[in-house]
Design a protein around this ligand. Structure first.
Ligand code: C5P
Length: 290
């Protein structure tokens, strides 16, 4: 039996860091939005142990890979000793702030539960997800969400009316940003490190309306402060996108992806073309309907 599953990504419409915790993680509030741009995972029962393969040869296929760790944890929790082959077809850029690896881990948990006949309840999958990474529980439910704690406490939300019919233009600059680097460098910017609580709820309220100037004003990402200082080109991207018709433009997660929200698919496509003629062809871009 073989099972194929899409593994989508996300953007953070807001990522407000509230302070550093005693355990080294950062307390935060974030508004997360699923994006239907996907890696592909396939699962096949058989063989011995976990055999992972990946289209991107720069990724490890052992326990350094989140997919492998998710599979290991799943088999241990479900007390299953059967073998499994997993193939990961990578399309989402790496170290991009799009949650690609986190989504892969969550999709692995969901796929394995399906291929082995649902041995684990969702709560057990959530426990594994949370132990593997802060963003992973979000991808188990894959709906818009307000997340708190270190990002693992998920409050699912209905689709935001403001995003109805809109499109994302995703732009990856051709270099990645390491998440631990972004968090560590926040310590140099006390204001960004200690954000005011409540911004996420305010943005969620605004997203119920169609008042785009107010909504765009509510988009915020604390991790932009270190990222844009080190990579000023990302600031130029945002200015260009806003000056050329984007409703909003901001960095996602710990970067390096910038995303713009556009009125519809065709305006996102023409903005993407304009962007490429201005900033060259080294950037990876994708247009995705909300
Ligand atoms: O949880 P995850 O493995 O995705 O986190 C990667 C790194 O990002 C952590 O090791 C930590 O350095 C940083 N991080 C943080 N606070 C968070 C989430 C991540 O400091 N809320």
């Amino acid at each position: 039996m073989r099972l194929e599953k899409k593994s989508p990504c996300k953007v953070n419409l807001l990522l407000n860091i509230l302070g550093k915790r005693a355990d080294g993680f950062h307390e935060l509030e974030t508004v997360m939005q699923p994006v239907n741009f996907c890696d592909e995972l396939s699962f096949e029962r058989g063989g011995n142990g976990i055999q992972l393969s990946c289209s991107d040869k720069s990724l490890p296929v052992n326990s350094k890979n989140l997919v492998f760790r998710a599979a290991e944890n799943f088999l241990a929790a479900a007390k299953i000793s059967d073998g499994l082959k997993i193939h990961l077809e990578k399309k989402i850029p790496l170290a991009a702030g799009l949650g690609g690896g986190s989504g892969n881990a969550a999709t692995t948990l969901l796929g394995m539960n399906e291929i082995f006949g649902w041995p684990l309840p969702i709560k057990a999958l959530e426990n594994i997800a949370e132990s593997l990474g802060s963003d992973i529980p979000f991808f188990l439910q894959n709906k818009p969400a307000l997340a708190t704690g270190r990002g693992e406490k998920i409050q699912p939300l209905e689709n935001f009316p403001a995003l109805d019919g809109k499109a994302f233009l995703l732009i990856h600059p051709g270099f990645g940003i390491s998440t631990p680097w972004a968090y560590q460098n926040l310590s140099r910017f006390p204001e960004a490190l200690n954000g005011k609580k409540g911004r996420a709820q305010e943005l969620v309220q605004k997203l119920q309306t169609d008042d785009w100037p107010a909504i765009a004003d509510g988009f915020y990402n604390s991790l932009e402060t270190p990222a844009l200082e080190k990579f000023p080109i990302l600031q130029l991207f945002q200015e260009f996108l806003r000056d050329n018709g984007a409703l909003a433009a901001i960095m996602s997660g710990s970067g390096s992806t910038t995303f713009a929200i556009c009125k519809n698919i065709s305006s996102a496509e023409s903005l993407g073309e304009k962007f490429k003629s201005k900033f060259g062809q080294n950037c990876w871009t994708a247009v995705v309907a909300v």
